[in-house]
Design a protein around this ligand. Structure first.
Ligand code: SF4
Length: 243
């Protein structure tokens, strides 16, 4: 990528992120994210919550885009960075660090200096939803942001979809961008792969506490998906943790 194209992409993503962060399209989610930010939980009572939509985060030259469901009420909705400030995020960023894609195993807050390389993390829905369940209308309202993000991230080759919601959202966004989704529609599963246009969509169980505490998703399982995605994206299979 030449310098002018690189600058344009960075500017485009910054503009998109700012637009996302200022969005108030979904009344129920606006009310919930702001109420949660006011009420807080005891352990974070002294913190100022972000309380706004949480944009994607990572490398503008990413070859891998990770797509989750939505920010957590006291995670991303508190810290302002996606998958940051809760156990799901801790699990995900450790896997990225161990695969050489993150400068740290811990993502704490927006200004902690953490840098992602070759990967960006985003979500289908950018506002924290009650019970982690956005409505269909809310998903559809937010989905164009994911399509625009993908269109800007011209180096992305692999989309890691976290959970069935992330998988479905990724396929919908690709379809909306004009990429033909195979029929029958590829089904979500852990380590499932689907080729859609120039992309490979790779499924992973979501790193929710429900999945990680029960062992449905182990660090090894997520690490294997990330390593496979590195390989598909032409980044090689080497894991730092193995060095
Ligand atoms: S969920 Fe998406 S579309 Fe709805 S208010 Fe939040 S950022 Fe806007």
């Amino acid at each position: 990528m030449d310098k002018d194209a690189g600058r344009a992409r960075v500017a485009g993503l910054a503009a998109l992120d700012a637009e996302v962060a200022g969005c108030r399209r979904c009344p129920r989610l606006v009310a919930w994210r702001e109420q949660t930010a006011r009420d807080k939980v005891l352990r974070y009572r002294d913190e100022t919550y972000w309380g706004r939509p949480v944009p994607g985060f990572g490398d503008p030259a990413a070859r891998i885009l990770i797509v989750g469901l939505a920010p957590a009420a006291h995670g991303g909705n508190r810290t302002g960075r996606i998958f940051t400030g809760d156990r799901s995020g801790d699990f995900l960023y450790r896997a990225l660090f161990e695969d050489g894609l993150s400068s740290s195993a811990i993502s704490q807050r927006r200004d902690d200096g953490l840098v992602l390389t070759d990967v960006r993390v985003s979500a289908v829905v950018h506002c924290a939803p009650p019970l982690n369940k956005p409505t269909t209308d809310e998903r559809d309202a937010c989905l164009p942001f994911l399509g625009r993000e993908l269109a800007l991230l011209a180096d992305v080759q692999v989309i890691v979809a976290l959970g069935a919601f992330g998988w479905d959202g990724a396929l919908r966004a690709l379809n909306d961008l004009g990429h033909e989704v195979p029929r029958p529609r590829p089904r979500f599963g852990h380590a499932a792969e689907a080729r859609v246009g120039p992309y490979v969509v790779v499924g992973s169980f979501h790193p929710s506490q429900q999945n990680t505490f029960t062992g449905k998703l182990t660090a090894e399982m997520l690490g294997a998906v990330i390593a496979r995605s590195r390989e598909l994206a032409g980044l090689g299979p080497v894991r730092l943790a193995a060095l």
